[in-house]
Design a protein around this ligand. Structure first.
Ligand code: GDP
Ligand code: MG
Length: 437
């Protein structure tokens, strides 16, 4: 994990009080390596670290802030700034608003057209129309109909017409006549940048004058994404970038490179094949992802949403008084379950997604645990110490588990109680805060 490395690299700084050229060099080498690992273009990574170095040197290292943390913050802020700083909105002016999709074949244009239509319909109260301008593959029109059907959005197509400019223009007329206020034009792509495709999209672009021309790119294509973005931007001068397939292992370095090369904001990201898998692009979260910090912010936010603060405070008191029992354990498990799918949660913890890659995580991982606790009597739950061999056998029988499983749970519970006690000591404050206490 990069922040661990930075902390280590900056250990020597303690007591020195300032970041100097000498002790920053190694650390920035680590930063550069992390960027390259995340698929950031070499020159961009180099320029970037040079800029951070300039800002870092001479900064006072506050005693309250670890020097490593200070540098991580500098790096993160700089990355965030590079990726646009703030969230870029979508321009919904015009009557109707015309949105044109561009990008290579397979980048995710058709899927994203549907996601955007669904987003505008459900979140922005719009009445969108999807337009099929991919005239080369009959299956492409069909695909858009499937997408439209699944979200309840009308699709406009002219299967006999081989002129995408006309189709797009007719679609806008149709929208005006029928009360649609957003027109999303899905276009054809090729496997690589080619003149014919560029001419065609450029003609459509000129004819319909969209409020938003969006360039859709597959985040997994890494360095190639940058060249493609440049080619499309030269022709279309597009308004924003859509980064798709961020649900894979990609760290999203392409986001940074594209932004640096074409200087256009990334507006949305695609995170799956489902119509709901669309997210507004947050530069700061992407900065964290590139740095390998995991989506900590999202995790904390979700934790804050879901954890009941009073409950956490009650539990804190119980731990302090050694009164933490199985009922509390059960309520903790229920809180964790409320936070969502276990796989999603693990994926957000820095480093964990790699380590857990080959481990099968069951969604109902807590099923046995819950059954065992439910088979305990109230007294056993509040005073686990009284659970002897005889009681264990009865609990196992009642819950349909084996006595080893009961033993295992007892051990886990003991460890958890111990850990929670420790968390109340110095240094554990933040963790408890994160849990809503
Ligand atoms: P187009 O040729 O640009 O229209 O691309 P499509 O929309 O047809 O997408 C190509 C493939 O990528 C399809 O199989 C989609 O299901 C898939 N796809 C699109 N967006 C995403 C995404 O965000 N995540 C994942 N995992 N797959 C995606
Ligand atoms: Mg398509």
């Amino acid at each position: 994990n990069l922040s661990d490395k930075l902390d280590k690299a900056f250990h020597i700084l303690k007591g020195h009080g300032k970041i100097t050229e000498v002790n920053v060099a190694d650390t920035l080498k680590e930063v550069r390596r992390a960027l390259l690992d995340a698929d950031v273009n070499f020159k961009i990574a180099k320029d970037f670290t040079a800029r951070v170095k300039e800002k870092a040197i001479g900064q006072d290292v506050l005693t309250t802030l670890q020097p490593g943390q200070l540098l991580v913050k500098l790096v993160k802020d700089e990355l965030t700034e590079l990726m646009g700083g703030d969230v870029a909105g979508i321009n919904l002016s015009g009557a109707p608003t015309v949105i044109l999709m561009s990008g290579l074949q397979g980048s995710g244009k058709t899927t994203f057209s549907g996601k955007l239509a669904n987003y505008l319909l459900t979140k922005k109260n719009k009445k969108p129309l999807l337009v099929a301008c991919d005239i080369y593959r009959p299956a492409a029109i069909q695909q858009l109909y499937v997408v439209g059907d699944s979200i309840g959005v009308e699709v406009y197509s002219e299967p006999e017409n081989k002129n995408p400019v006309e189709i797009a223009q007719n679609a806008i007329k149709h929208a005006k006549a029928n009360g649609f206020n957003v027109v999303i034009v899905d276009t054809a792509g090729r496997l690589a940048v080619d003149q014919e495709m560029m001419d065609e999209i450029s003609r459509v672009h000129k004819a319909i004058q969209p409020q938003e021309t969006l360039f859709v790119v597959d985040a997994m294509t890494g360095q190639d994404a940058v060249n493609t973005a440049k080619a499309f931007n030269d022709i279309l001068n597009f308004d924003g970038v859509i980064l798709t397939k961020l649900d894979g292992d990609t760290r999203g370095g392409a986001a940074l490179s594209i932004k640096s090369v074409v200087n256009k904001p990334i507006k949305f990201v695609g995170t799956g094949e489902k119509m709901e898998a669309i997210d507004v692009f947050y530069p700061v979260r992407m900065a964290e992802r590139i740095l390998g910090m995991g989506d900590v912010v999202s995790l904390v936010e979700r934790a804050q949403e879901q954890f009941d603060e009073d409950e956490a405070r009650k539990i804190q008191k119980k731990i302090a008084k050694n009164e933490f029992g199985f009922d509390d354990f059960l309520s903790q498990i229920q809180q964790v379950k409320k936070m969502g799918n276990m796989k999603d949660l693990v994926g957000m913890i820095p480093g964990a997604s790699k380590a857990m890659k080959n481990v099968e995580i069951e969604d109902d991982a807590f099923k046995h645990i819950e059954a065992i606790i439910h088979s305990m009597t109230p007294i056993e739950r509040s005073k686990p110490a009284i659970i002897d061999v005889k009681r264990k056998a009865r609990i196992a029988k009642g819950s349909g588990t084996k006595i080893e499983q009961v033993n295992q749970l007892m051990k886990q519970f003991e460890q958890m109680s111990k850990m929670m006690k420790m968390m109340q000591g110095p240094g554990g404050k933040n963790l408890m805060k994160m849990m809503g206490g």
